[in-house]
Design a protein around this ligand. Structure first.
Ligand SMILES: [Zn+2]
Length: 302
């Protein structure tokens, strides 16, 4: 009898633990701040003057070799990051696709492939979900019916400053549960002057200072201690272009830093662009739509 009681207690405890694993997210994490740098090549980071990103790597979990889907171009890769699948399923198949080039394999209640914003909105109707981006096409890839607020801020000189300021103001005022700030450079400098060129590297330095300002703003907003920060990119480049299959074009950084993330951990498992959405859903305790094919990068968690 006593043995049966013990077995039953154990089963109850196991069920409770399972329930929590799928619904609770990473303990104590209330916010995810995802910063995107379009065209940040994985092989440029080491030589770059990016003290903030390197601090995030030294105190976080990272890879410089997260792999693109093909082609190694912008819209199709951003779509994969948001939609948890490759282009053969989401249908956004070119650098500039603003709608699927062939039908998405599944449509959400908002009429498009379910994105990370769709999943988080299903999880919590009250959450503040926000998107700031310099490249207008982004607005068609995020499921803008699921977001609380989104704003296109055209890229002007000085590069990155307008979007950083707008995003910082929003963070301080609204403390969003999930938000993204996507810079359209360094891609612009790569196309104009070459990946790894002096001007490209100088933009990385500038973007790094803007990332530092964003992190500082979360401290002022009282969010810092329960936030996970991410630095992501869609593709790298070679010469003045990208879209093909060299590793310079296909490998880009993916960095996680903050509450509950391992420190100084180089990610060992293979990472593809579409692992991004399920990993964010896991952090915030939302259910990944069944159609997603990406994997949660479990090894980043403490
Ligand atoms: Zn791009």
């Amino acid at each position: 009898m006593r043995r049966i009681y013990l077995v039953c207690s154990l089963l109850v405890a196991m069920v409770a633990m399972c329930g929590c694993n799928s619904n609770c997210g990473v303990k104590g994490v209330k916010h995810v701040v995802m910063i995107g740098l379009d065209g940040l090549a994985g092989n440029t980071v080491e030589a770059a003057d990016m003290p903030t990103v390197k601090m995030m790597m030294e105190n976080g979990a990272w890879t410089l070799q997260a792999r693109s889907i093909l082609p190694s171009s912008s819209a199709c890769n951003w779509a994969s990051m948001y939609m948890g699948v490759g282009p053969e399923m989401h249908g956004y198949n070119t650098w500039g696709s603003r709608k699927p080039d062939f039908p998405s394999i599944e449509l959400s209640e908002n009429g498009m492939m379910p994105t990370i914003f769709t999943a988080l909105r299903r999880h919590n109707a009250e959450w503040n979900l926000a998107a700031f981006y310099e490249w207008e096409v982004q607005g068609d890839l995020i499921d803008n019916k699921a977001v609380t607020y989104h704003q296109h801020i055209p890229m002007v000189e000085p590069r990155g400053e307008a979007i950083t300021n707008a995003y910082i103001d929003y963070l301080k005022e609204n403390k969003p549960e999930f938000s993204i700030c996507i810079f359209d450079s360094p891609d612009a400098e790569g196309h104009g002057h070459g990946w790894g060129s002096e001007i490209y590297m100088s933009r990385l330095q500038g973007a790094d200072a803007q990332i530092a300002a964003i992190i500082e703003a979360t401290k002022q907003a009282g969010m810092y201690d329960d936030t996970i920060f991410m630095v992501v990119s869609d593709h790298g480049g070679i010469g003045t272009g990208h879209g093909s299959t060299s590793m310079s074009e296909m490998e880009a950084p993916l960095v996680f830093f903050g509450k509950g993330i391992k420190k100084g951990h180089k990610i060992q498992s293979s990472v593809v662009r579409y692992d991004t959405a399920p990993t964010i859903a896991r952090i915030l305790g939302a259910e990944a739509p069944a159609v997603w094919r990406g994997k949660v990068i479990e090894e980043i968690f403490e």
